[in-house]
Design a protein around this ligand. Structure first.
Ligand SMILES: [Mg+2]
Length: 174
């Protein structure tokens, strides 16, 4: 079986939605995902960089993120024909381990724990495909990178791109 490695944040877990709503609430702002086209929140408000990061080191932040639409159904289908690994650069936020694991157990319990990969540098990953919203992970990846659209990566070109999980389904049906 061929292997598909799949990122968590902004691919199966809706990271922006929660991060933005907490930030807007606490700083009396009205930033929308539209405002994040081509950039991350920390680039939009560089003076609040540390405050923006603070939400993410909160141990429960990643526990209740919404599941990206159709990701469960499509991954369940793909798992019949491919080996699926969830690969997250969790070392960026070591306080997130427990929440991320519990989140995966709650929403992707049809996958084995042995297929959850919490790592740092994703270039260690050996898979045929990597579905990710961060292009930096494709640079040293030997398989086929598949860029999952997120506001911050809208202007990236030169990658195979999917806009949602229905497009992932279509890509692997070909
Ligand atoms: Mg991501």
């Amino acid at each position: 079986m061929k292997r598909i490695a799949i990122d968590m944040d902004e691919v199966i877990a809706d990271f922006n939605l929660k991060h933005l709503s907490l930030f807007n609430r606490d700083y009396n702002e009205n930033i929308t995902v539209e405002d994040l086209k081509g950039k991350k929140l920390r680039e939009l408000r560089p003076d609040l960089k540390e405050e923006i990061r603070k939400y993410l080191i909160e141990p429960t932040f990643f526990r209740d993120l919404a599941v990206m639409k159709d990701s469960q159904d499509v991954i369940k289908e793909l798992s019949e024909h491919y080996e699926i690994f969830i690969t997250t650069a969790a070392m960026e936020f070591p306080t997130s381990f427990a929440a991320k694991y519990e989140w995966l157990k709650e929403h992707f319990n049809f996958l084995s724990d042995m297929n959850f990969v919490f790592c740092g540098d994703k270039s260690i990953i050996n898979a045929d495909y990597l579905i990710d919203d961060n292009v930096r992970h494709f640079k040293r990846f030997s398989g086929q990178g598949i860029l999952f659209t997120s506001p911050h990566n809208l202007y990236e070109t030169g990658y195979v791109r999917v806009n949602n999980w229905q497009e992932v389904r279509a890509y692997f049906r070909k």
